[in-house]
Write a protein that binds this ligand. Sequence first.
Ligand code: AMP
Ligand code: MG
Length: 640
Amino acid sequence: MSSPPVQDQFLTVLSRDEAVRRFREALDLSPRGIETVPLGQALGRVLSADVASPIDVPPFDRSGVDGFAVRAADLAAASEPVPVTLRLNPETIACGVSPGIALAPGTATPIATGGPIPRGADAVVMIEHTEPVAEGIAVRRAPSPGAFIGFAGSDIARGEVLLRRGTLIGSREIGMLAACGLAEVSAIRRPRVGILSTGDELVAPGQPLRPAAIYDSNGPIVAAAVAENGGDPVAFGAFPDDAALLEAAIRRAFAECDMVVLSGGTSKGAGDLTYRLVADLGAPGIVAHGVALKPGKPLCLAVCDGKPVVVLPGFPTSAMFTFHDIVAPVLRRLSGLPERTEASMPARVPVRVASELGRTEFVMVSLVDTPDGPAAYPTGKGSGAVTSFAQADGFLTVEALADSLPAGATAPVTLFTPHLRVPDLVIVGSHDPGLDAVTGHLAERGVSSRVLAVGSLGGLAAARRGECDLAPIHLMDPKTGLYNEGYLQAGLELVPGWRRMQGIVFRAGDTRFEGRTAEAAVAAALADPACLMVNRNSGAGTRLLIDRLLGGARPEGYWNQPRSHNAVAAGVAQGRADWGIAIAPVASAYGLSFIPVGEEHFDFALVAARRNRPPVAAFLEALADRAVRDALEGLGFRPA
Ligand code: AMP
Ligand code: MG
């Protein structure tokens, strides 16, 4: 195994376009073969050859209505006031029955919709335009020749090319194939794509999570994305960073599949060996490692003996993005699928988006409707987050030569789905677990909401700009100790939400806290130099409370400042810290003990100009709804 020095690997970071060019140039992009597929399994497959119809559809001339087969010439004089009478032949032509009697002049034969037209007949009259009479039927209309007859081959003619090669088979195509009697089709063979996740920390979903481990999300993500883009995913699972184990798995996948997609282990970490194993699989080997992309810089592209082998970055958003941007187009070519068409729309970006110079940066955004047109909010959890991609409507591109996109700029947003559904209600501000009780209630009533968590102050700014209906806030004025009211500006109204008890969280049995008042507990914590706290980010309502309790002290752990109640509780529960401040429902969810400190008011700043929108009215009703209030109480909140 050749092992380039670890420092070498990003020496030649390529531009995105150059990396794509080298990858494609080394590849044969033609499909990997064809196979016969039964009609029942043909959905989503791509035809490998034109399909010509072996028969006429319909196969015979047939009636399009319930009525009588006639000779048009017999009825040339028929009219509403002067009907013409025809004698009935002694047979009725039902569907699936071949006629036995030829139509003689002056006669008619009863026929059902879909019944074959008898010899001698050249038109059908609808039963509604006839009357039974003693001699047979009286006809009140003069049909033109061919009336209500569907002629053989009028739908599909024998020999006609029905579907072209390269067509993606959907339900409509399946209908046409079935109508011609075709029970199977020749389809492009779906490329088998071997999928491997790498990392000592990975656990398969469904298995218990051990300490310091995370679930393998890239494996399932890539498998689904492969299937979405015409491939046949073969999941090999997650492998520890063990050269021998991993090499064996990669070689097996390489032997069995047309393409291999790995994730993790492409960057500079000591355990990162995936790319080194890939380099040895076949010629020419790695064609790009290090691409000026964000997210996705450590992407590694290789072609080994004609097969694409890709190592995606470990971070899920980076992995998904690079897969869709660079790998999916190649996979689609191999599966014979057409290029993806991407819809794009311009949107205003309300906040400044910083970007690294020299890297093409893709920023996931959520779209909201505003009076000035759509606004695009960065979903902003970074490439480590699975949700950045999943909860976004699309992405913005910041070109390599720009160091930022200024606030208020208008930029094109590439949409993930062409049929964007703008939510009925937009809620931008602080997040709280109680919000789900309200938005869930609305969802059941057909009102969709989008909650963007940008913090209380970010929410107020969005509300002032008219980018949301409501901004959830919990801001205490340190001078008065009062919540929220003092932070409202012109055009905003306060809608009371609920109260949440905040308190000191600690592990049960810790005698520094157990049985004490909040003040005594903090004093005990400050007196013990080994006692470690976990703080909150500045700007958080909870932070003000903590600073008040500490009275200017800066104990160990003060600079550990996560952004959520959950992070505080997880830190204490896992022993990374001994105490912190969080809300009661979160404390109990993590099995922590709790000393109440004070109630925080979680309210809503309502954009007054939007008060009369029906979804806003529905939101206000939901807040007053008995079931919603009960649900909030069940979660440990006190509705206002
Ligand atoms: P790596 O590229 O191996 O250095 O991993 C970068 C980051 O992505 C680390 O935080 C990994 O834990 C995470 N990661 C790697 N593989 C996966 C995976 N299959 N699913 C979820 N996260 C992953
Ligand atoms: Mg790793």
